[in-house]
Design a protein around this ligand. Sequence first.
Ligand code: GLV
Ligand code: MN
Ligand code: MN
Length: 409
Amino acid sequence: MTALRVDGERLLRRIMALAEVGAIDGGGVCRLALTDADKAGRDLVVSWMRELGLTVTVDRIGNVLGARAGAAALPPVIIGSHIDTVRTGGKYDGNYGVLAGLEVIERLAEAGVVTRHPVAVGFFTNEEGARFAPDMLGSAVHQGELALDLALATAGIDGPTVGAELTRIGYAGETPVGGAVRAAAFLELHVEQGPVLEREGQEIGAVTGVQGISWTELTLHGVSNHAGTTPMSMRTDAGYVAAEISCFVRRLTRELGGAQVATVGHQVFAPNLVNVIPNRVVMTLDLRNTDEQILQQAERQTFAFVEQIAASEGVRVEQRTLARFAPVAFSPEMVARVEAAARAQGRSVRRMPSGAGHDAQMFAPHCPTGMIFVPSAGGISHNVREYTAPAQLIAGANVLLEVVQEVAG
Ligand code: GLV
Ligand code: MN
Ligand code: MN
């Protein structure tokens, strides 16, 4: 009997079709969570789920699962990821994993394979966190890591709440959440979004875990005054304090070493004029590390510096945690399965941690969880230029198909 393989052309066609929804210049995609574009993307994927005859459920936080029955009344093996994107997203981040899951199920159905466990493919609300913080919001609620009420009340960067937007786009579902749906296992196939696999000439990454994430919003309150007449010694300049903080976190990463990363990705000045000292800056800090102790040290040092530099300028600081997730390790059994499946298909494979956040990290404490990476050209992601070659996408989907067959029985 020849081993089952995905229909690569069909997978690629679906990736390209979904990428047309919310397409932006340069070949990228903008489908910020719960916007009209996200709704259109959701509708398209749901239509494919229904064409396949899957049982589609939408839960109260808008997560969508399409399930194919198994031979036994057992919890499902869930293949999941997300279809929301950042504002400058590519075609593959998240979307690839969802559409590969759909392809795996379609292939199993075509081949007449009935698994013991049901197999479900899903997409989780607001994985990116680019519109609503925290990231992985839908999967966090799904796995009982975040309270539903709190998630629904979360306001986006443009004002409306998750709950209001879910209702507006018609995805405030009825299915209960909060750990109600237990999974037998969770699998996520994703582009690496970093340079490691390409640099080493490896085809598959067997993901060992996800690094810790710390997101903080700082609001710095200064005093506006005339840029020409106010002596330097008499300023309360929120913009200056923001700049010092940005430089400090970069210095800190050098001091703490290779695994520590830090990003100031959002900064808004008020009144934002050439000749007015800024009276307010809203900025974000994204700190990540695979080591929880070092991540905590990075937070302590950063927050101490924020206090000190703000005090020296007479600037008042408001600090708000947007997301905080400790590093997670995936089940050794699942890592070994991914590695073995890749080898069995003649693929080169290496174990590696994930630098990006993923829905899988919300499932990891609750069920055997694994992730498969494929290379990202130039290590580029969260950019319209994100690219993975078709053969690499198909290779990853075949590894997923193999692992799903093993785990679902
Ligand atoms: C979310 O996907 C992140 O890693 O920022
Ligand atoms: Mn992603
Ligand atoms: Mn992303």
